[in-house]
Design a protein around this ligand. Structure first.
Ligand code: SF4
Length: 344
């Protein structure tokens, strides 16, 4: 288990502008009893914790067995031999883990696990759209409920959306629910001379839609060498000004491989904290925009769900949703990583 000193070393560099994200040695010592109890329960229940990059730093560095973006965590959920998966993130991610691991117990500790994208479309909307667009391949972003995935053809994440939509053998695509990501895909394919007829739904991520091109211009005025890293849920005018566009794990890898020393991140502030901790010699300009859904996770909630999960925290899916959502997500793996072994 991690010691106070090790935890403090990891959390000390984090300075993303909010007092919630500033850690003293005393604060780390206060966290240790809860961390110890969680570690004991993980062993007792053969459980692992998969934490999304946007959750609180004390979860990422205190108790998580794996951290990452939705694609990376979905792969780990599929492969892990653990009997119990605790998924501090948002509800649709815990559901995706259950889709990939139907025989495991998947626990959602989040008391507010919504997502403005996933909550913006339901199964009834997809049924109606499929009647309106009968010749289209329906591509859903992973930020959708299992019920919505079950009615779509292929799932994508921010790390593979461009590649998969380009590879789909149908020129008629319906992409849901993120209209900004959909427009970014359209622009990307047009820049490569790929012609597809892509219709998009009307959803947005309330965090990423707030970023503006003017913010990039302002930061570049002060530092013309700054590397601008943008999530594809941002507005196309923001994406067009980026040096790199990708998922949170893609941004992390980009920073690792870059010779630059200053980065402006246009994504939820959790990633800024991780990068400050992992690369203390580089400078990160973050925007302190928190996702209220991701930040609703806490160490106490993780402990409570391990100790005594409530019925609504245990992910259950009907067999039909399970089967059809799995087909949709498996098609993502087939497109993203052709030739990879299928799960048991
Ligand atoms: S950051 Fe946006 S897309 Fe991600 S969980 Fe929060 S609301 Fe949903």
């Amino acid at each position: 288990m991690i010691t106070v000193e090790q935890l403090y070393e990891k959390l000390r560099p984090i300075r993303v502008g909010s007092p919630l994200c500033e850690f003293t040695r005393e604060h780390c010592a206060q966290l240790l009893p809860t961390i110890q109890r969680i570690e004991d329960l993980k062993k007792e229940k053969n459980a692992i914790i998969l934490a999304h990059n946007y959750v609180a730093p004390e979860i990422l560095y205190g108790v998580a067995d794996h951290t990452g973006d939705s694609y990376g965590l979905a792969k780990i959920a599929r492969q892990s031999p653990a009997e119990v998966i605790v998924f501090p993130a948002v509800r649709f991610m815990a559901e995706t883990a259950k889709v990939l691991s139907p025989h495991k117990t998947v626990l959602d500790p989040n008391p507010n696990g919504g997502c403005s994208l996933a909550d913006g479309i339901n199964a009834g909307d997809v049924r109606r759209l499929r009647q309106e667009y009968p010749s289209h391949t329906f591509v859903c972003y992973i930020n959708t409920t299992a019920e919505v995935k079950a009615l779509c053809d292929v799932c994508v994440t921010s790390s593979n959306v461009y590649k998969i939509i380009e590879a789909i053998d149908n020129d008629n695509i319906y992409f849901l629910p993120d209209k900004l990501m959909g427009q970014n895909v359209i622009d990307h394919l047009a820049s490569k001379g790929v012609k597809k007829n892509i219709a998009v739904y009307d959803g947005t991520c309330y965090v990423h839609e707030e970023y503006t091109p003017e913010a990039i211009d302002f930061v570049r005025l002060g530092d013309p060498q700054v590397n601008v890293l943008v999530h594809p849920e941002c507005h196309p005018r923001v994406v067009q000004r980026a040096d790199y566009v990708g998922s949170t794990s893609g941004m992390l890898n980009h920073v690792r491989e870059s010779s630059g020393d200053t980065f402006f991140l246009l994504t939820e502030c959790g990633l800024t904290g991780i990068l400050q901790s992992e690369f203390p010699d580089k400078r990160f300009i973050g925007s302190c925009t928190m996702c209220k859904y991701m930040k609703a996770n806490s160490l106490e909630a993780v402990l409570a769900v391990l100790e005594n999960p409530q019925p609504h925290q245990i992910i259950e899916l009907s067999s039909e949703v399970q089967k059809n959502a799995l087909r949709c997500v498996e098609r993502m793996f087939e497109y993203a990583e052709p030739g990879q072994a299928r799960p048991a």
